[in-house]
Design a protein around this ligand. Structure first.
Ligand code: ZN
Length: 192
C-alpha cells in the first residue's frame, strides 16, 4: 500500500498540513481509550504522528467551559509539545526534534474559518458542525536522526501521561519495515 514516493510526499505534506494523517486514518469517529500512532522514517527523517480522542487527553471533547477545563487543555498542550517526554528514542541515533505541530478540534471546527466575508452581507449560515462532538488532538513530530541506523527502539511514555488510553495502534513504515502493531500500558516499546 505504501511506496517510497508516497512516503516522501506524505512527509513533506505532513509538515505543512495533515495529509499524512489522511493516508492512514479512517474518518470514522474515534474510540475512546484508543490512540493512533503513525511512524514513518525516510532516510534521516523520522515523523511521528499521534491522533488521540479528547477524552483520553483532557477528559472532555467540547470547548473548555470552566477554568478547570481551560487549565486541563493548557496542561495537555504543554505535555504534547514536549516530544522528549512522550517518546524515548535510542540515544545513539542522535535524533533531534526539528518541528512539533499540535492541533485539536475541541472547538468543534476542524477548519478555523474565522474570515467573515462582510461584503457578503448577513450571510452567516452558521453550519458550525454540531455533529463534531468528538473533539480530538493531533500531534506531529518531525525528527532528524544523525545516526538513523542506530535507532532501535521508540519507547512510548504516553500511557503514563494519559492513563485513560488503553491501547495505541501503531502504523510503522521505515526503509526496511512496514507493519502495524499495538501498544498497551504493559507493552510500550516499538522495535525497529
Ligand atoms: Zn470522542
Amino acid at each position: 500500500m505504501f511506496t517510497k514516493p508516497l512516503l516522501v510526499l506524505s512527509l513533506s505534506a505532513a509538515l505543512s498540513g495533515g495529509v499524512f494523517a489522511q493516508d492512514f486514518r479512517q474518518h470514522d469517529a474515534h474510540v475512546h481509550g484508543h490512540v493512533e500512532l503513525n511512524i514513518a522514517q525516510d532516510g534521516h527523517d523520522l515523523l511521528i504522528e499521534v491522533t488521540a480522542p479528547g477524552a483520553d487527553v483532557v477528559g472532555f471533547e467540547h470547548p473548555p467551559e470552566t477554568d478547570q477545563e481551560r487549565q486541563s487543555l493548557n496542561r495537555a498542550l504543554e505535555i504534547l509539545e514536549q516530544a522528549n517526554g512522550l517518546f524515548n528514542l535510542t540515544a545513539q541515533a542522535n535524533c533531534q526534534l526539528e518541528e512539533a505541530h499540535i492541533t485539536h478540534s475541541l472547538d468543534g471546527e476542524k477548519h478555523h474559518t474565522d474570515q467573515h466575508h462582510h461584503e457578503h452581507e448577513h450571510h452567516h449560515d452558521h453550519d458550525h458542525d454540531h455533529d463534531h462532538q468528538h473533539g480530538e488532538f493531533n500531534a506531529q513530530y518531525h525528527y532528524h536522526c544523525e545516526n538513523i541506523s542506530d535507532l532501535r527502539h521508540i519507547d512510548s511514555q504516553w500511557f503514563k501521561l494519559f492513563p485513560s488510553t488503553e491501547k495505541m495502534s501503531v502504523n510503522l513504515l521505515t526503509d526496511t519495515v512496514q507493519t502495524a502493531l499495538a501498544l498497551t500500558p504493559k507493552q510500550t516499546r516499538i522495535s525497529l
